[in-house]
Design a protein around this ligand. Structure first.
Ligand code: SAM
Ligand code: SF4
Length: 313
């Protein structure tokens, strides 16, 4: 589908739960509120939605959350997506991938984005509020053994800035592209003192390594890639705050309760749960969400209230 600003919208990020076993400082508090089970799209409703997304010529589907691997029927969900799309991607904190990688791969999982903000057990626990680094690293190993395409996502903040070389060298050792994400003022926890810009980060990296712009992408996301010459590895920057990529945005987000968010940076959403049994109305609502995508975000001026774990990060 083409939106009002001539962008091709063919990528959907589908959240299947807003719950999480972590509490990353920039995403949710210990006492975060979650949707009631009854509000979530059921397996049957997810199938109806996935069919319509395929009919509307969406090309790529990524499961997210909250933490998508917490959903007890994730294997059944993956089978449904495999039936319609053949393959799919997932964004995960990775803590349960040691249990799920093999079955998900069998059911069409191809690309996994692992969120990994620190390799230091204490810093990891301070950011996520859980002492779970070992499970994440086991999940990463299992995913690689299983043959999944893995990329690392690191939200860069003051508290992990001093680990940037360790993270880069780890990614190079495992031949995984690593992408650094700029912190966004989304949800209730944003603290601008934590913010590190792409330019600051790049200058630090260039004290040690040479970055050569790389024009290809490793997927359909907004990351801008470089080759690290000395390590022969890839690094990407996803910098919504300082290097806005709205003009090439290709996605909508669907929350676990079926609310469609045309843009990550606005609280505005369209509910589809009430029309999920009517294919025509469902299609109309999805088309409406695409048409209502704003031209660009205003995150530098306006704070966004709906947290990432609720709308689907
Ligand atoms: N739980 C999964 C995970 O952490 O990968 C999937 C959902 S999470 C909301 C998706 C991505 O959003 C993660 O890479 C996370 O680091 C990122 N994220 C969450 N809040 C953010 C924020 N305020 N600014 C930048 N990235 C954020
Ligand atoms: Fe959970 Fe992902 Fe949010 Fe961290 S970023 S609290 S892992 S949903």
């Amino acid at each position: 589908m083409i939106d009002k600003y001539n962008r091709k919208i063919n990528y959907v990020r589908l959240s299947i739960t807003d719950k999480c076993n972590f509490r990353c400082n920039y995403c949710m508090n210990e006492d975060a509120e979650f949707m009631k089970e009854i509000e979530l799209l059921s397996l049957n409703e997810i199938e109806k939605l996935v069919k319509v997304l395929k009919d509307l010529e969406f090309k790529n589907i990524r499961l997210t959350g909250g933490e998508p691997t917490l959903r007890p029927d994730i294997i059944d969900i993956s089978k449904i997506i495999q039936n319609y799309f053949g393959e799919f991607s997932i964004t995960t904190n990775g803590s349960l991938m040691y249990l799920l990688a093999k079955d998900l791969k069998k059911n069409g999982l191809k690309n996994v984005n692992f969120s990994l903000d620190s390799l230091n057990r204490d810093t990891f626990a301070k950011i996520t509020k859980r002492d779970d680094l070992n499970n994440v690293l086991n999940g990463l190993e299992k995913s690689l053994e299983t043959g999944l395409n893995v990329k690392l996502n690191t939200v860069i903040q003051k508290r992990n800035f001093n680990e940037v070389f360790e993270l880069i060298e780890f990614s190079a050792k495992h031949k995984l592209p690593i992408r650094f994400i700029e912190l966004m003022p989304i949800g209730n926890n944003y603290n601008e003192d934590d913010f590190i810009s792409e330019d600051t980060l790049k200058s630090k990296i260039e004290e040690k390594y040479s970055l050569i712009p790389y024009n290809k992408n490793f997927g359909v996301g907004p990351s801008k890639y470089y080759i690290i010459k000395e390590l022969n590895s890839y690094i990407g920057f996803i910098s919504a705050m300082t290097h806005n990529f709205c003009s090439s945005c290709n996605k909508i987000r669907i929350a676990a309760n079926g609310d469609i968010y045309p843009c990550l940076a606005f609280d505005y959403h369209i509910s589809i749960k009430n029309v999920i049994d009517n294919e025509n109305l469902l299609k109309e609502k999805i088309k409406m969400a695409v048409l209502e995508k704003p031209q660009k975000h205003y995150l530098n001026e306006l704070k966004k209230k709906t947290p990432m774990h609720k709308m689907g990060g």
